[in-house]
Write a protein that binds this ligand. Structure first.
Ligand code: GPW
Length: 798
């Protein structure tokens, strides 16, 4: 092939062209990495064309742009996503096979971009894909962490954390934008100059932009995910270098890079660290400058900003974007303060993702004043203005020496939304009750969703194929069409094919588990799956207690009638969350004992898969029979894994929490295994003295299971290893594990009974698929566009 051959002639040629000229490799000596990069470049070329067109269309239409600010974008692998959305899968597979390569192996060679912890970050990634699918002009803004979420392994059952290196190999999806760089200040003081307050920062850092294109379904539209990296203003001190101090010469660069070095591994807890606030301001301030620059490039009147710009704060992490915008408009552009504030409020909206008090961000005023002295003054002025407008208000941003970011976000926003109907209702009656009284139209609900492209079409090709054969492929871009499956559920022939899809997915998982983890799973057993971050409110310990009780009962009453189960766990614990780490170790210890018991291990196995990530979720969800969504009612804002399981034909065992409520309403109560206290009952139960101790002693199964842990049955070398867990379960038990145990056990036996009749089970599973179309993130994003952003699709005008 010659250099002037254009890479566009055909897809296969394009891959070879990139292998040769972009990567400089001889096909005869290319490694799997080279082939993957060549394929990625060929795919990227096709994205770029659409990307440029979409950007032009947005400029031409002078359309309102949506800016999604998020500390986390848990995007996972992008090669397959991009291939699928460009509908290049058949061509890509054929090309790779013609080179004698294993196509799936190439796709799996890509590292997971884990720039997020869990649901909040994955939601942001699904939203980016849906925004592109819907042709809504939008930008995601976040941080280009050099190290994403840590890699998890186990040693003696304990979680071990190792750094993650997604950027170790060339990352084809990013475009460095040297021109889009801003100088940002930190610290220093506020001085008065010409009668005006001016911030004189002490330290300066540079933000560097990296753009990742996000292509929508069928490649009709593409948006930009812009991630910021920290760089020094003067990266290198030649004077110090010449003086022989080589380390000091590069010190500024090392410090600036620290800002975007690593993702905080905390999830639903708040650590109040200085570096975290630095990260929050760094990416918020860079994004706001970028947004203003783009607006000012072709608009003169800043008062038009709310007509052209909608900013979404993904939780309070980017809340400082509000005061930063006020500061730029007032201090730097000279607008009157009230006008600057009104413009900002016209642009900004805030999504709340939790009511857990330990997750609501607040900063000590000392730290805040030290890092952002001018912003603290602006926040006080915003707080005062709100107080003057509402003299009877009870909540303030400032107080007790703290800066409360939830309050700030609320009063800075045009709309505030919760992420499920239950959660939004609770926002109005609990944490934001006073704000809701003062601003009754501000809170709206937008129940979360997931992208069907990744979470059904590409992760579950067998089910996708059956659906498309049955109702055509319109469902991929319009998930509510899954309803068209419902008439087929009554057809035994169709239902058998549906069941065969699940069986084949389970067989794949068994093969993988044997190959990668050397464990043998019984493919006829019920695959009972709980995969998510480890947290007390998510109650993995309720699951493992029920597992212990089941094992004990199987030993006591040996019978061939027990429904065979595989209990599958996966998930990471925040490194500093010791209770969660104890739960991980307990599950691993219990697994070792139960799996070694020859009297039961035909019927019950427990497996904890290490290093849960997006890719592992894509592997497990299509093979799941049962979805564990067992949080204490009122504590899980929404959940999104719950939606992925339902969509892939795994009925839920769950509480009336978050979006479980809406899933149950849609799939039908008879296709959902409900148990547990309601949110209201849970609140009441907590106030009952000794509720846990009483619940334990009232239930002989629970008593026996707790006693086994307490006596060291799962940790014979260290019997009191789980004293902390036992004390919690029989003491404070804030998350009501003991109170919900009995009803959970009952619901699990109902699962056993139902699963024993495979036709009934398959019918239930299929109805879960047919009735879950509403949980598409396309539906969610349409809701945001309509209720929050007042943004329009540009599809058809590109
Ligand atoms: F605490 N969520 C999360 F609200 O994954 F900020 N990480 C977080 O730090 C927080 C929330 C925060 C999750 C919620 O727990 C989950 O219920 C929800 O489905 C998800 O965010 C997306 O809304």
């Amino acid at each position: 092939m010659a250099r002037d051959d254009t890479p566009k002639t055909g897809f296969r040629d394009a891959i070879l062209w990139h292998l040769t000229y972009t990567l400089g490799k001889d096909p005869d000596h290319a490694q799997i990495l080279d082939w993957r990069l060549a394929l990625s470049h060929a795919v990227r070329d096709r994205i770029v064309d659409r990307w440029v067109e979409a950007t032009r269309a947005t400029y031409r239409a002078d359309a309102k742009r949506v800016y999604y600010l998020s500390m986390e974008f848990l995007i996972g692998r992008l090669l397959e996503d991009n291939i699928v959305n460009l509908q290049l899968a058949d061509q890509a597979q054929a090309a790779m096979e013609s080179f004698g390569l294993d196509y799936r192996g190439i796709l799996l060679d890509e590292p997971d971009a884990a720039l997020g912890n869990g649901g909040l970050g994955r939601l942001a990634a699904c939203f980016m894909e849906s925004l592109a699918t819907l042709g809504c002009p939008a930008y995601g803004y976040g941080i280009r962490y050099e190290h994403g979420l840590f890699r998890q392994s186990f040693a003696d059952g304990r979680q071990i954390e190792a750094p993650e290196h997604w950027l170790q190999q060339p990352y084809v999806w990013q475009f460095e934008r040297a021109e889009a760089s801003f100088t940002l200040g930190f610290g220093g003081r506020v001085v008065t100059r010409d009668g005006k307050l001016v911030w004189e920062p002490e330290n300066l850092v540079q933000s560097e932009a990296y753009d990742i294109p996000v292509i929508g379904w069928r490649g009709d539209w593409a948006n930009t995910l812009r991630l910021w990296a920290g760089r020094a203003v003067d990266p290198f001190d030649l004077e110090r270098f010449n003086a022989g101090d080589f380390t000091a010469a590069a010190e500024a660069e090392a410090l600036a890079r620290t800002i975007s070095r690593v993702l905080y591994p905390e999830d639903s807890t708040e650590k109040g660290k200085r570096l975290r606030l630095t990260q929050e301001y760094f990416f918020s301030a860079a994004s706001i400058r970028d947004i203003l620059r783009r607006f000012e490039a072709d608009h003169a009147d800043l008062r038009q900003l709310p007509q052209k710009v909608a900013i979404q704060l993904n939780d309070t992490h980017p809340a400082i974007a509000g005061p930063e915008l006020v500061r730029l408009l007032h201090d730097e552009r000279g607008l009157p303060f009230d006008e600057a504030l009104a413009i900002t409020q016209g642009c900004v909206n805030y999504t709340n993702h939790t009511l857990l008090p330990e997750a609501l961000e607040s900063w000590g005023e000392g730290l805040f004043a030290d890092l952002l002295p001018r912003h603290l003054q602006i926040i006080d002025r915003i707080d005062d203005a709100h107080g003057r407008a509402h003299p009877d208000r009870r909540n303030t941003v400032r107080g007790d020496g703290r800066v409360r970011m939830g309050e700030l976000s609320f009063i800075m926003s045009n709309r505030v939304n919760g992420v499920s109907a239950l959660h939004t209702g609770l926002m109005k009656t609990t944490v934001f009750a006073d704000q809701h009284r003062l601003h009754p139209d501000r809170i709206v609900n937008e129940t979360n969703g997931v992208t069907p492209r990744r979470w059904l079409h590409s992760c579950n090709p067998r089910l996708s194929g059956l659906i498309t054969e049955t109702i055509g492929d319109g469902w991929i871009g319009d998930l509510e069409q899954l309803q068209g499956l419902e008439p087929h559920v009554a057809d035994p022939g169709w239902l058998a094919r549906f069941a065969a899809v699940k069986a084949a997915n389970k067989a794949d998982l068994c093969n993988w588990a044997l190959r990668e983890h050397h464990v043998t799973l019984n493919p006829d057993a019920l695959f009972d799956v709980q995969i998510k971050r480890i947290h007390e409110y998510k109650r993995q310990h309720l699951n493992i207690l029920e597992t212990i009780a089941l094992w004990q009962e199987m030993r006591e009453i040996p019978s061939s009638d027990w429904t065979a189960r595989v209990k599958i766990f996966a998930g990471k614990a925040a490194p500093g969350y010791f209770f969660a780490k104890d739960i991980i170790r307990l599950i691993n210890d219990v697994a070792a004992v139960i799996n070694a018991d020859a009297t039961t291990n035909e019927k019950l196995r427990v497996i904890y898969l290490p290093n849960y990530n997006v890719t592992l979720a894509e592997r497990l969800i299509p093979a799941a029979d049962l979805s564990e969504q067992i949080s204490t009612a009122g504590k899980e804002a929404s959940g999104t894994g719950n939606m992925k399981f339902a969509l892939n034909g795994a009925p839920t065992i769950g509480t009336l929490d978050g979006a479980n409520v809406e899933i149950r309403e849609l799939v039908g109560a008879e296709n959902f295994f409900l148990f547990g206290l309601t949110a209201e009952e849970a609140e009441a139960r907590r106030t009952l003295p000794d509720h846990a101790a009483r619940a334990v002693s009232a239930d002989p199964r629970l008593t026996r299971a707790v006693e086994a842990i307490r006596s060291g049955a799962f940790s014979p070398d260290e019997p009191d290893r789980y004293a902390g867990i036992v004390e919690n379960l029989t003491g404070a038990d804030y998350f009501l594990v003991a109170s919900d145990f009995g009803d959970y056990w009952r619901a699990q036996r109902e699962v056993d009974f139902t699963y024993a009749d495979r036709d009934t089970w398959a019918r239930m599973a299929a109805l879960n698929v047919a009735r879950s179309g509403w949980f598409s993130s396309d539906r969610t994003i349409r809701g945001y566009m309509r209720d929050i952003w007042n943004a329009k699709s540009l599809l058809g005008q590109g």
